[in-house]
Design a protein around this ligand. Sequence first.
Ligand code: 13P
Length: 246
Amino acid sequence: MRHPLVAGNWKMHGDRESVAGLIAGLLEIGCEAEVAVFPPYVYIPLVAASIGNSDVDFGISIGAQNVSEYDSGAYTGEVSCQMLRDFGCQYTIVGHSERRSIYGETNEQVAHKFAAVQSVGITPILCVGETLEQRDQGKTLVVVAAQIEAVIERVGLDEVCEAVIAYEPVWAIGTGKTASADQAQAVHLAIRQQLGELGEKTRILYGGSVKAANAAELFMQPDIDGALVGGASLDANEFSKICKLA
Ligand code: 13P
């Protein structure tokens, strides 16, 4: 019922040459799942044009890794939701843990960004997840629920259920440590329960050191509807294997 989504977050990696190589690999994937890629802003037009000029017959979407919460104005260095739509973005990540921890984004700011993204018809991918310290203190579900609640308070439950949620435990990002399939499923189930009946249609992705070697077990879990992949999405071959497993 929920169409799996495999999203590749390229973070701040690549140059024109490597991006061209990655796109060529992506166009070869061919899989049942929807595929989405999140290049650095400056490469979005290049990726969009390459996909637009191709004749791929599977779903491949483009998104941004971040966006401003403001519509326009004197916000030096920022990119608005309208600009992303102008360049054909269907998705935008909001609240990635690197934005929260390095740039100090709060739950309230993330909620503001989420609202701005939805207002222009782009689908937000809302990232949530706990630190290792929070997990060790048994606070995982409370932290994740509060991150989601802040957005529900701002836009309402219906709007959150229309979006995509990505559970990314901070301790599993870029560390090679993946949450076990059981650990991930337990959090995904709790998120779905928080969303209630409307959440049956919501895609909840897992992210954190996903690779071809661990993806199949994660995707077998009933509440895991795909993945948000970082490092492994920079290798077209590895990413393609993950997409085919979803
Ligand atoms: P890694 O797959 O490199 O752990 O990154 C996960 C992530 O942060 C995706 O947004």
